[in-house]
Design a protein around this ligand. Structure first.
Ligand code: SAM
Length: 219
């Protein structure tokens, strides 16, 4: 299928299944206005993240890679009143936009945004209670590190999701030697013999093109 068909298809399905949400719409518009890149998850993917979190009755969520807080808001919407979400972002500027978006969505009391290099800040996380779900969507070169830390930080039976693991098929294309692609490959090699999790990749296609989520359960 050609890309315009994928966009039309997402829009068609979304028109039945995804209600307009002021907080999410504002986050998208404000992020664009502030010049943030258009690399957040799609609406359908954001809703899937929310539903997956709800499926396991998640009360605590870890996110690596906040950008403007779009996926943060989707995930935080899955939380009960006493739920919490910790999100890690390198860029001070992105974090400012994200915090404003999270505040606007009325989710500030549930979300803690930690600014800094997640390769360092994640190592310093020692939560009293382990997380139910981790969503990894930052610098792909560090996927393996983030995944290893997420395993430490997520409870047994908890879920770890990694975005952009297909990259238009580039990950499986031996002719591509890009750093981000290598970051995904090294995670996959690690997972091959990892007995602490069970995982699968599910390809996605839609308004954000052709990519995929890795979904892992901590055993
Ligand atoms: N999860 C967001 C969403 O769907 O709305 C999109 C995240 S965007 C794809 C990746 C983000 O990771 C960017 O905001 C980028 O600044 C951040 N990032 C890149 N390297 C990072 C690092 N070392 N530590 C923390 N965040 C990082």
């Amino acid at each position: 299928a050609k890309l315009p068909d994928w966009i039309r298809s997402d829009e068609y399905h979304n028109s039945f299944l995804i209600r307009t949400d002021e907080g999410l719409a504002h986050a998208r518009q404000h992020s664009t206005k502030q010049g943030l890149p258009d690399i957040a998850v799609s609406a359908a993917q954001g809703k899937l993240l929310k539903l997956l979190a709800q499926s396991i009755s998640a009360k605590s969520i870890l996110e690596v890679g906040t950008l403007g807080g779009y996926s943060t808001i989707w995930l935080a919407q899955a939380l009960p009143d006493d739920g919490r979400l910790v999100t890690l972002e390198l860029s001070q500027r992105n974090a400012e936009v994200a915090q404003a978006n999270i505040n606007h969505a009325g989710l500030a009391s549930k979300v803690e945004l930690i600014v800094g290099n997640a390769a360092e800040t994640i190592i310093n996380l020692h939560p009293e209670q382990l997380f139910d779900l981790a969503f990894i969507d930052a610098d792909k070169q560090n996927n393996k590190l983030y995944f290893t830390e997420a395993k430490r930080l997520v409870r047994k039976g908890g879920v770890i999701i990694v975005d952009n693991v297909v990259r238009g098929g580039q990950v499986a294309d031996p002719a591509v030697n890009e750093e981000r692609v290598e970051g995904v490959r090294s995670l996959l090699r690690e997972l091959k013999n990892d007995s602490e999790v069970d995982a699968t990749t599910i390809g996605t296609v839609g308004e954000k093109g052709y990519d995929g989520f890795l979904y892992a359960v901590k055993l």
